[in-house]
Design a protein around this ligand. Structure first.
Ligand SMILES: [Zn+2]
Length: 266
């Protein structure tokens, strides 16, 4: 598999994977979604909650806050020497202590204080609960590494998608240069250049074939490569998107090796 990064913008990365089939592309997508560990709040101790929100609802909201993950310093609980009971190598404590005075107060993810400055909410602006005057919240939350296969809150990605690499061909003999295809293309792939139709940014093509429908039969042919895929990976903020791709490829390679070893041992 050959990977070419097309663009990276904040938490989103677009890359081209060549020399793979659709089954492998999907395996890579599913590995990113379900097998790559990320930190999330998993246990919550509610010391005091006089807000209108139930403890369970608050715990659910805390669990869904993406936390910046440090994969090097923490173990998965099942791999930890403490046997998953929770120690400094597999658990991080975050505390939340807020009281509204005379005014209403919106408590956000950024109000959580982590014992490890590297494991903090990926965004400080996620609303958790609104406190009315004199309502109070004292919470201790325990975060740990987990995988998306166990619970979606551990997914390090918001979305992962891929599409076939488009091939857009214009047959200049059949084209009458009416320009209708330029008008209908939602991605502005086609343009009129020197009185003929030419193409630009073909990787943006969504294969909708709107151009084929308005055009002379056979003048525009839309096809796709069967061994190349364009991926779009959006991180939740837990890990850098390039780390997600790199680590998932390593994990997939390891899982394939284990499967082959097992098959050979039969
Ligand atoms: Zn431990």
């Amino acid at each position: 598999m050959e990977i070419t990064i097309i663009r990276k913008q904040g938490n989103v990365i677009h890359f081209l994977a060549e020399g793979i089939d659709v089954a492998f592309a999907n395996a890579l997508r599913r590995t990113m979604l379900t097998r790559l560990p990320a930190m999330a709040v998993d246990e919550v101790l509610v010391v005091e909650n006089t807000s209108v929100m139930y403890d369970e609802m608050l715990a659910h909201r805390l669990g869904l806050v993406p936390l910046v993950t440090d994969l090097e310093s923490y173990n998965l609980p099942e791999d930890c020497d403490c046997d998953g009971r929770g120690c400094a190598l597999c658990q991080v404590t975050l505390t939340l202590e807020k009281e509204a005075e005379e005014e209403e107060l919106l408590v956000c993810s950024g109000d959580m204080v982590s014992q490890d400055p590297k494991v903090v909410p990926a965004s400080n602006d996620i609303p958790l609960v609104k406190l009315a005057p004199h309502q109070r919240l004292i919470i201790e939350a325990y975060a740990r590494l987990g995988k998306g296969v166990e619970n979606a809150k551990f997914q390090p990605v918001s979305t992962v998608s891929y599409k076939y690499v488009p091939i857009v061909q214009v047959d200049k003999d059949k084209c009458n240069n009416c320009g209708d295809c330029v008008e209908v293309c939602p991605k502005n792939i086609l343009l009129v250049e020197n009185d003929t139709i030419s193409t630009q940014n073909t990787l943006d093509c969504s294969l909708c074939e709107a151009c084929v429908e308005v055009c002379e039969p056979g003048a525009i042919v839309i096809d796709s490569k069967s061994d190349s895929f364009l991926f779009r990976v959006e991180s939740s903020g837990a890990l850098a998107p390039e780390t997600i791709v790199e680590k998932s490829a390593e994990l997939l390679k390891e899982r394939i090796r284990l499967a082959l070893d097992y098959a050979n041992s039969l």
